[in-house]
Design a binder for this molecule. Structure first.
Ligand code: HEC
Length: 380
């Protein structure tokens, strides 16, 4: 039984594109449907001659693209409008413009992945990668300089004698009958053969093992570890040098970090008012800096003109006006004490504003005060 060959198709070889186009038209006229044409390069007009319908791959792309789109929209809607609704910048929970980039990406992604997979596994029938025409004399010719038609035996109209007669009437150069390869018929999926799978498995083990060894072992060996092991004290390590065994040391008493000036008047704003002198002379630069910092850090509560008209709409108690007799008569140093330490509910601004920036803000504050309380002499 094994030796009996099963016919796959009848094939005919032609010399020129014109001949094969003409022959194809005749084959279609005769009503054959299961046939294919082969040529070394794409032939213009061949799709029309074969009366090929448009590829079905487009529908796959459409369906999966649309499902990707719907899935992305539903996910984002569920996350941001149902499961975890947060109002961001006053925008609606289901805010379509914000979703467009992701919807677009997921649409393209699902359409393209589905198209490739459908092409490989549905249209090309992977993992079956064999075909009766592979390696035949016919295939060798039509992939170099000849043109061929192959009419399959499973065509309902197929009949050996009439197909041969048709090919002869079309003046085919050669006619071949192509048979199924019995070995291929019995082993449908050559790709799934244990030998091949073992090979794949061994390659996977070797490459992942090499990667694991390189990244997790080799890179930690001398000299690849680039001085990772050094004779040094790490922060949380026990120290053998100091008697208390702590690796992290307190600064020596009385030392001051470089560039840091300790504030001497903690809790004594009035002393600060007497002793501290503004070291930054009033200049355009200092006023500009002061204005920027005041508008950022002070104006939310004190108002742009320090009149106490807060923009916080009652979320924080309104501060007093800084144009009061009291504050006008305060020395710069006294105001510096408020900015540095805060006062009652007003927080300290020492972490947001450097010492120089605090003085610049005070300079600017003086300008604001003078603008509302100009002296006769200012007008001259
Ligand atoms: C979070 C709101 C808030 C911010 C921001 C703020 N302050 Fe104040 N400020 C207050 C409040 C409230 C008071 C009144 C505190 C009190 O009850 O003594 C106050 C008091 C003051 C006083 C003393 C006024 C007085 O009559 O005793 C000065 C001076 C002052 N702020 C300057 C500033 C400057 C300069 C800035 C920017 C660095 C600033 N404040 C930022 C809320 C704020």
């Amino acid at each position: 039984m094994m030796s009996e060959k099963i016919l796959y198709s009848f094939t005919a070889i032609f010399d020129s594109p014109d001949e094969v186009s003409h022959a194809t038209e005749k084959v279609v006229e005769q009503g054959y449907t299961k046939f294919d044409v082969h040529s070394p390069y794409p032939l213009h007009g061949m799709d029309d001659a074969m009366k090929l319908p448009p590829s079905k791959l487009g529908y796959v792309a459409l369906v999966f693209g649309l499902s990707g789109m719907v899935a992305a929209l539903l996910t984002m809607w569920w996350i941001s409008a149902v499961d975890y609704p947060i109002v961001i910048g006053g925008k609606p929970l289901f805010s379509f413009p914000a979703y467009i980039p992701i919807v677009f990406e997921i649409t393209v992604l699902s359409a393209s992945i589905a198209t490739v997979l459908a092409m490989l596994f549905v249209f090309f029938k992977l993992p079956n990668n064999s075909h009766p025409l592979h390696g035949t004399e016919y295939m060798k010719k039509v992939s170099s300089d000849k043109y061929g038609i192959s009419i399959q035996a499973e065509d309902p109209k197929f009949d050996e004698a009439s197909v041969r007669k048709l090919f002869e009437s079309l003046q085919a150069r050669e006619i071949y009958s192509i048979y199924w390869d019995n070995e291929e018929l019995t082993h449908k999926h050559k790709i799934l053969e244990p030998k091949f799978l073992t090979f794949l498995f061994v390659v996977a083990i070797i490459s992942s093992g090499t990667a694991y060894f390189t990244l997790n072992k080799l890179m930690y060996m001398i000299p690849f570890n680039w001085m990772m092991d050094q004779p040094k004290q790490s922060a949380q390590q026990k120290s053998l040098v100091f008697s208390d065994g702590f690796g992290m040391r307190q600064p020596v008493a009385g030392t001051v970090a470089r560039g840091y000036m300790p504030y001497e008047f903690k809790g004594k704003p009035d002393v600060a008012g007497e002793k501290l002198i503004n070291p930054i002379p009033i200049s355009i630069e200092s006023l500009k800096l002061g204005q920027v910092k005041f508008d950022i850090y002070c104006s939310p509560c004190h108002g742009y003109h320090a009149e106490g008209n807060s923009r916080l709409r009652g979320q924080f108690p309104n501060p007093p006006s800084l144009h009061s007799e009291k504050v006008r008569n305060w020395s710069d140093g006294r105001i510096f004490a408020v900015l540095t330490e805060g006062q009652n509910i007003m927080p300290s601004y020492a972490t947001q504003l450097s010492v120089d920036e605090r003085w610049a803000v005070i300079n600017y504050l003086r300008v604001l005060q003078r603008a509302l309380d100009a002296k006769e002499t200012d007008l001259q």
